[in-house]
Design a protein around this ligand. Sequence first.
Ligand code: SF4
Length: 452
Amino acid sequence: MSLVADELIRFSSVLRIAYNFLNGRDFLKRKKFREKKKLISVGLPFSDLVYGFPDLIPVFPIRMHEFEIHKYLTYLGSSSKIFGWDRVTNFLGWVKDLGIKDISQTVDDIIENVIDTINSKYNEMYDIGVENGISTDFCYGVKSLYGMNVSKGKNCDANLNYTIRCSTWNKYLESIEAIGNPSKQIWVEIPPRNIGNSLELFIDNITQGINELEKLSNFSYSENALRNHFQTANQIRQSYKKIIYDISTADFYPCNPATFCEILSLLNISFHDYNSNATRYKDNTTLLLNEMRGRINKGIGMDVSKMPKILITPMFGGWEPKMHDIIYELGGRVLYGDWDLLRFLDDIPISNRADPVEAYAEFLMNATENGIGCDNDILTDSYVRLAKNLKADGLVFVQVFGCHSVSNCYTMLREKIRRELEIPSIALNFNKMGENVEQVRTRLGAFMEMYK
Ligand code: SF4
């Protein structure tokens, strides 16, 4: 077996996650039309409740689109249908039988191609959003999500809408109904602060959300089903956190830092709905962690001990993905950890709560109070906590055009970073992927000079 082929197999988890993301359309069509399941649209990582019902499938709506799938991923996917993923090594023999002898592409190339494909689809969604009248004052993330709902929302039976502290987000949720899709709007209001009886109110809101989901499902709500899902979701979180904390802070990487960032980007986006199958996603993230460790143990990868660690955040409202390539070219390595920043990677506390709804309410209340934060003071503390835990040597803050909830906290953040961590930071403006890359390069060039 060639070295490259061997590498493809030893990093098969990342290719599986990529394939499951890009092949979402076929998967979801099968679920909807053949298996008569119902699709529930989610934005941000709010898919968990849907998994309480076996015939409801959560979907981050961009995944209903058709993506150009890299030929090796197609072979891998087709081969998995014949042989099963566990015997995926056979795919190489199968590829050879097809007469495709030139297995010359490395995992790096394939992953880069995957991320480029997803990002250009994001920009396409942004354009659709703008063309269909979303306010130009809104942030990139919301414009793209609106575009996803305009183009594919009609395929969903419902939108599961969680309100958060950001008024732009909440206005966007309200605007989904006006698109005119037949989907039902299910609302779960998260109280902005945990004061008085907020937690009890929130538990009621989640219970109402479950009741609405139950009306769509052919199954009754079962505490056990939700509890089992939360166990799976916690295993996903544990692997994800180990990748962020153990692998991305280490001195030796299982691949080059730019590829590593692309894997983190893929995790970041697929975490929204766990690629519509939480058990499969759990298996793949566990395998990803093991494959990364396996490569490191065998000395396959790259010594990054001399490369300063630069935390880029936030990504969730949109960010320029070229930044991690630029920083790599300039001798640094980029860390991403948005979901941990927002406390979405904390465990759902089911071990000390009898009722899974109470556990979930506590989990989301913690994310709201201590991650997203009900004010900029708490939010900036979250950035500082993440930078400190990751032992970052610098921080690049993404100031998203149209974001009045997060972007205006940089002055406060810069002060805290300087006082508490004594590391440099910089704020870069972002409007749309691919715009102003040269300007970003120049600013990052000056920033990285500080590490020479
Ligand atoms: S917080 Fe900012 S980036 Fe996030 S949805 Fe609101 S406006 Fe957009």
